[in-house]
Design a protein around this ligand. Structure first.
Ligand code: SAM
Ligand code: SF4
Length: 314
């Protein structure tokens, strides 16, 4: 059944504790409430991107100071993946800057990375921009478990954050990935100047896809000096918790991930997010080009909340 914006708006504005209770009840019906899934992410190709995404340090059209790093070699990627596995991470994500893969040779290297990381006993995820059907099939054959492709914001606000692509382009790639049988990881960024209504519309869009994304990451904008949104107002913490709760209610069986910007949330706010249904996190100290959480800080928080880290038994 289609979710209407009006219904989602109504849920978002439930009294705070009613919203938390509703989301938590749905969470325990679908997941182990004491368990979170942890991913690590590595930028395998950085900077030099010709797209104009307003938030991104890697766009050449922004004034952010960013060193370009060509595609990493396989051994460097594997070294990082082995370290992630030793830290108890179950999924290893590899991110490449750019609108799409710039050549077939580059794409083949990514397929080799996926095969080799999978062989270490880790779940695999890549984010490479737009994909063709052929590429999606080849990634699936290489052992890819997840493809990240964020819609980033509402259809109405999208033109404020990028002019070199449309949200419909993004949705096309999501459908291509789903058709190839790869799990989709798709969410967005909050705090770029959009309203709560835009944030709700983004979740309604995701909830109305033919198949819900298996994972819905919510990024708090990490302000990069020199980008076009470096002076926008951050989201209020309680509104962020409301977003998590709404995502959990609208997409009961999806993992809801607190992605970038988690290091700006207090431990108590993170605990509220987990109660409201967040059950996936990034644990790497770097998220592509920006700082994230220290592993020992996370482990202490998990211990205090009696949280177990989900293991991958693939
Ligand atoms: N180039 C590919 C693409 O655009 O899909 C993959 C890499 S891109 C860096 C991956 C995602 O990181 C973006 O879709 C965006 O949601 C997120 N991201 C980038 N910069 C961010 C920032 N400053 N704060 C929060 N999230 C950010
Ligand atoms: Fe390029 Fe992706 Fe950054 Fe957009 S989000 S500028 S496509 S690297």
């Amino acid at each position: 059944m289609k979710i209407t914006f009006e219904k989602a708006l109504d849920i978002f504005h439930y009294p705070f504790f009613k919203l938390l209770r509703t989301a938590h009840e749905i969470h325990v019906q679908n997941f182990d409430e004491q368990s979170v899934q942890i991913s690590d992410i590595l930028s395998v190709k950085t900077g030099g991107c010709s797209e104009d995404c307003s938030y991104c340090a890697q766009s050449v059209r922004n004034g952010a100071k960013m060193e370009k790093q060509p595609m990493l070699d396989l051994e460097t990627v594997l070294k990082s993946a082995r370290k992630a596995k030793e830290r108890g991470v179950s999924r290893f994500c590899m991110s490449a800057s750019g609108r799409c893969m710039s050549s077939n040779a580059e794409f083949e290297k990514i397929c080799e990375m996926v095969k080799a990381v999978k062989a270490l006993g880790l779940e695999t995820c890549v984010t490479l921009g737009f994909l063709t059907e052929n590429q999606a099939t080849k990634l699936k054959e290489s052992g890819l478990d997840y493809y990240n492709h964020n819609v980033d914001t509402s259809p109405e606000f999208y033109h404020n954050i990028a002019s070199t692509r449309t949200i419909d382009d993004r949705i096309r790639t999501i459908e291509i990935v789903q058709k190839a049988g790869v799990n989709v990881c798709s969410g967005g960024i909050v705090g770029m100047g959009e309203t709560n209504e835009d944030r709700i519309k983004m979740l309604v869009l995701l909830a109305n896809l033919k198949t819900h994304p298996r994972c819905v990451p919510l990024n708090k904008l990490v302000k990069i000096p020199g980008t076009r949104v470096d002076d926008s107002n951050p989201i209020d913490d309680f509104d962020f918790v409301r977003m998590i709760a709404l995502a959990r209610i609208l997409m009961p069986k999806s993992y809801v991930k607190i992605a970038a910007g988690r290091n700006t949330l207090s431990e108590s706010t993170q605990a509220l997010c987990i109660f409201a249904g967040a059950n996936a996190l990034f644990s790497s100290e770097k998220l592509l080009t920006v700082d994230n959480m220290k592993d020992n800080v996370d482990r202490k928080l998990f211990d205090r909340l009696n949280i177990n880290v989900e293991q991958f038994n693939g």
